[in-house]
Design a protein around this ligand. Structure first.
Ligand SMILES: *[C@@H]1O[C@H](CO)[C@@H](O)[C@H](O)[C@H]1NC(C)=O
Ligand SMILES: *[C@@H]1O[C@H](CO)[C@@H](O)[C@H](O)[C@H]1NC(C)=O
Ligand SMILES: *[C@@H]1O[C@H](CO)[C@@H](O)[C@H](O)[C@H]1NC(C)=O
Ligand SMILES: *[C@@H]1O[C@H](CO)[C@@H](O)[C@H](O)[C@H]1NC(C)=O
Length: 554
């Protein structure tokens, strides 16, 4: 059986035949007989790209930069065979895809062995109980600076109501900053303890100024899925002459508020509806940097199919260094309690604000110099990878790879130090996490395996009295939260997904230089109801080399 690269769901008949093959090939209990399969074969290669007009060596997937888009429906099984044709180890991670009970497939170095040059690995994912906008990205070695990322959209199942009419088209905007230096040069700069400086430009879907045209018919409404896949800067987006109606944030349907411009911090994703209700011209979709002294911007074209030429007037200006503006906008984003999410019942039927929290974890970022080199840390620990993925060490009970408690659950405010930091928390606890930012730059934090409610954010120092102003009713559930300079952001999170989960800065310099750790959501249960066994095809590396994945059991 050859797997073909296809974006289409396969027929029912073929799917039952393939199911048998897949079940015996991979024996993953994560795949469910009643949910469709989508098969992909990806070849990851180097290739020439000219995103800012100079030739660079990019990371392509099936010859494309950005990589192919994944289209799925809630609960689909995605079988993605990735061939690494680079000369370096490679891994892909799936931003926001929860990998329920299955952190082995998460594709970060703490959970999954790198695909060696010339090797391949088949990811077996299920977009279980998810809808919305996500993206994938290469997680190792600063590869993200060379491409290898692409959009993921998870549509609602046909029976589940979506709180807005089907758009005339669904467009993806992968926006981000970009450096002209290649990823090996950037990595060398960081490894030698220096800083990268300011990016050279901004890209939309891998292209610079007016490199993309989105065609719209007058009077119709379009969905734009916007993700910041960049490395170091928060961005703002706006549509000349048009407004955006926000409908979805990282897997949650929102109150449909109207914005003239929207901040998109590192790693964040938003869906907006734009109606072509203006005179027929070509308008600019403008993206610019936030909170930077020098402002970079780029644009794409919103082209009316009956356009009479370029729209009159200049490009729409956006906010630049204003923090309060951004904070107020963030607070205005609300969950729609009566809209369905991935299931038919209203999102608000889970009363997240009424559940007592079992524990508070406070996390403070810092930028210590360690052994003469610039590093980044959380609760004073700057993460260093072990020689073996932590999840594999845990599974095979290999001692000495990491130690639980190697990071405190409160800021220590002490000097920074290096460690392979793992924090253990209990399965089924309901916890509060407060991100505290004592630095003067905006932070962006992401937690793998989870969505969480952003219950509050404000300037100054967090204290227990800050809870009095939490939004315990209609805060949005998402998987990436910004923390403004000298401010805090608080989240509530039910620990319902056993595994080893990466908690990281989405600022890729900070992530690369240690501002991340692993959250081990722990249970003594060994039931497959709580956590799946290691995938049969798992690559084994480091001290897990030569071990055996579980024998076939049906
Ligand atoms: C991947 O692409 C490279 C370059 O085109 C080619 O040499 C190689 O055979 C391809 N590998 C696979 C598995 O398709
Ligand atoms: C990056 O550029 C340097 C020259 O600046 C070159 O030596 C190196 O091979 C390049 N790496 C890649 C992966 O293109
Ligand atoms: C590599 O690809 C082959 C051919 O499709 C497949 O049988 C095998 O399972 C893949 N390897 C892994 C580790 O997934
Ligand atoms: C919330 O969702 C409902 C669908 O249940 C929809 O009718 C309503 O317009 C939405 N409200 C807002 C303000 O977006």
């Amino acid at each position: 059986m050859r797997m073909r690269n296809t974006n289409n769901p396969i027929s029912l008949l073929a799917s039952s035949i393939l199911l048998a093959i897949v079940a015996t090939t991979f024996i993953s209990v994560s795949v469910r007989a009643d949910d469709p399969y989508r098969f992909f074969t990806w070849n990851v290669t180097y290739g020439d790209i000219w995103p800012l007009g100079v030739k660079q060596q990019g990371i392509l997937i099936n010859g494309q930069f950005p990589g192919p888009q994944i289209e799925a429906v809630t609960n689909d099984n995605l079988i993605i065979n990735v061939y690494n044709s680079l000369n370096e180890p490679f891994l892909i991670s799936w931003n926001g895809i929860q990998q329920r009970r299955n952190s082995f497939e998460d594709g970060v170095y703490g959970t999954t062995c790198p695909i060696p040059p010339g090797g391949n690995f088949t990811y077996i994912l299920q977009v279980k109980d998810q809808i919305g906008t996500y993206y994938y990205f290469p997680s190792l070695g600063f590869h993200k600076a060379a491409g290898g990322f692409g959009g993921i959209r998870v549509l609602s199942r046909p029976m589940i109501p979506v709180p807005f009419p089907p758009p005339a088209a669904d467009y993806t905007l992968l926006i981000g900053d970009w450096f002209k230096a290649n990823h090996t040069d950037l990595r060398y700069i960081l490894d030698s303890g220096r800083t990268l400086g300011f990016p050279d430009g901004l890209l939309i879907n891998g292209r610079g100024w007016n490199g993309n045209t989105f065609t719209v018919d007058p009077g119709r409404t379009y969905r734009f899925r916007i993700s910041n896949v960049g490395l170091t800067t928060s961005l703002n987006i706006r549509f000349q002459g048009h407004t955006m109606k926000l409908v979805e944030v990282e897997g949650s349907h929102t109150m449909q508020s109207v914005y003239s411009s929207l901040d998109v911090h590192l790693g964040q994703s938003y869906s907006v509806l734009v109606t072509a209700d203006q005179p027929a011209f070509d308008y600019s979709i403008v993206v610019s940097t936030r909170f930077t002294n020098t402002i970079l911007s780029t644009s794409a074209v919103l082209h009316y199919s009956n356009s009479g030429g370029k729209a009159p007037g200049g490009l729409p200006g956006g906010p630049t260094i204003q923090i309060d503006w951004s904070l107020n906008q963030a607070r205005s984003i609300r969950w729609n309690l009566t809209a369905s999410g991935p299931r038919p019942n209203p999102q608000g039927s889970y009363h997240y604000g009424l559940v007592p929290t079992a524990k508070t974890i406070r996390l403070a970022n810092s930028a210590p110099v360690i052994n003469g080199k610039q590093r980044y840390a959380v609760n004073s620990v700057s993460f260093t990878p072990a020689d073996t993925p932590l999840k594999l060490a845990d599974y095979f009970k290999i001692g000495g790879v990491f130690s639980v408690g190697s990071i405190s659950d409160n800021p220590t405010f002490g000097g920074g130090y290096l460690a392979t930091s793992v924090m253990r928390v209990n399965y089924r606890d309901y916890i509060e996490i407060v991100f505290e930012n004592y630095e003067d730059t905006v932070q962006s934090w992401h937690i793998d395996g989870y969505q969480f409610w952003v219950v509050g954010m404000d300037g100054g120092q967090w204290s227990s009295a800050s809870r009095n102003n939490y939004n315990l009713r209609d805060a949005v559930a998402r998987y990436t939260v910004q923390v403004y300079p000298k401010s805090w952001s608080a989240i509530y999170m039910p620990l319902d997904n056993v595994g080893m989960w990466n908690v990281r800065s989405e600022d890729w310099v900070r992530q690369y230089l240690g501002q991340q750790f692993y959250l081990q959501v722990y249970t003594t249960s060994t039931s497959w109801r709580d956590e799946y066994p290691i995938p049969r095809n798992a690559l084994l590396c480091g001290r897990a080399s030569g071990r055996h994945t579980r024998p076939l059991r049906v």
